[in-house]
Design a protein around this ligand. Structure first.
Ligand SMILES: C[S@@+](CC[C@H](N)C(=O)[O-])C[C@H]1O[C@@H](n2cnc3c(N)ncnc32)[C@H](O)[C@@H]1O
Length: 261
């Protein structure tokens, strides 16, 4: 199975700054089937690589919103967008928590995320927020981390205490799919999966970089080896649930603006 990573062509589109901050575990825009004009929201946009690649795909009639709760990351992503000369594109980078984006209901066509949701202790809240902001035919294209075997709770706690460490919040894969379905998504399609190597685990445990997060001890990384998988998947919003929620139709406002907060 293809690992769902970036192609050389895609990487050549992205400035050095964003490549240096790249801490993803996949390439969500590569399998999101983005269309010209789509409105895309990136949960945990980091240095902005997926925002840039999404902007390429949705064109000038589309719109891309990068959400990250770390203001330093948003600042760096803004630099990236400026370096690309993409200021004229409909790109917005907002400091916000992905569980409370303050975006309107039914705002987006696609929610993407790259190696972020595993960090959040309340994954139900993340997927409920994605459900809320997606329109009736909305879809997810997510690259994330899950556990194929339980890891020692003490070790897990250690990883959790590391700021933005990518492993601490990972949950067992079966539980993960339940969260996605409980939020109202269906048709989960696994696009690619990959058991993380020692090197990848090391990088992930101290993301978004050594200058932000101390590295974990080698033996701690070794103890989780073969137990962590990177999973790339798509899913769609279950329409009848949306009807039950009876959200007012906001389709008209969504492309013109209408961002709250
Ligand atoms: C592993 S990095 C991934 C960054 C980017 N998606 C990439 O592929 O390079 C995780 C990012 O998610 C952000 N993040 C973590 N939890 C978040 C939350 N609850 N809401 C918004 N951003 C969050 C961090 O600040 C960090 O920039």
């Amino acid at each position: 199975m293809d690992q769902g990573l970036y192609s050389q062509d895609e990487l050549s589109l992205v400035p050095e700054l964003a490549l240096n901050l790249l801490r993803g575990c996949g390439n969500p825009t590569g399998f999101a089937n983005l269309q010209l004009g789509d409105v895309v929201v990136d949960f945990g946009s980091g240095g902005g690589i997926d925002v840039i690649l999404a902007a390429h795909k949705v064109g000038s009639r589309g719109r891309v919103i990068g959400i990250d709760f770390a203001s330093q990351m948003i600042e760096r992503a803004k630099q990236t967008v400026a370096e690309m000369g993409f200021q004229d594109r409909n790109i917005e980078l907002r400091v916000s928590d992905m569980t409370r984006t303050q975006l309107p209901d039914r705002f987006a066509d696609v929610v993407i995320s790259n190696c972020v949701i595993n960090l959040c202790p309340d994954k139900d809240a993340v997927y409920q927020e994605a459900f809320r902001i997606l329109g009736p035919k909305g879809r997810l294209a997510i690259s994330d981390i899950a556990l194929t075997e339980e890891i020692n709770p003490k070790l897990r706690e250690g990883f959790q205490s590391i700021w933005a460490g990518c492993l601490g919040g990972a949950i067992p894969e079966e539980e993960y799919w339940q969260v996605v379905q409980r939020a109202g998504f269906e048709g989960i399609q696994i696009v690619a999966r990959h058991t993380l190597t020692h090197e990848e685990l090391e990088t992930m445990a101290c993301c978004p970089g050594d200058d932000f997060t101390p590295s974990p001890a080698i033996e701690h990384v070794a103890a989780v080896q073969e137990k962590v998988t990177s999973v790339k998947f798509t899913a769609v919003k279950r329409f009848h649930i949306d009807k039950e929620h009876q959200f007012p139709d906001q389709t008209e406002g969504k492309k013109e603006g209408g961002l709250r907060g």
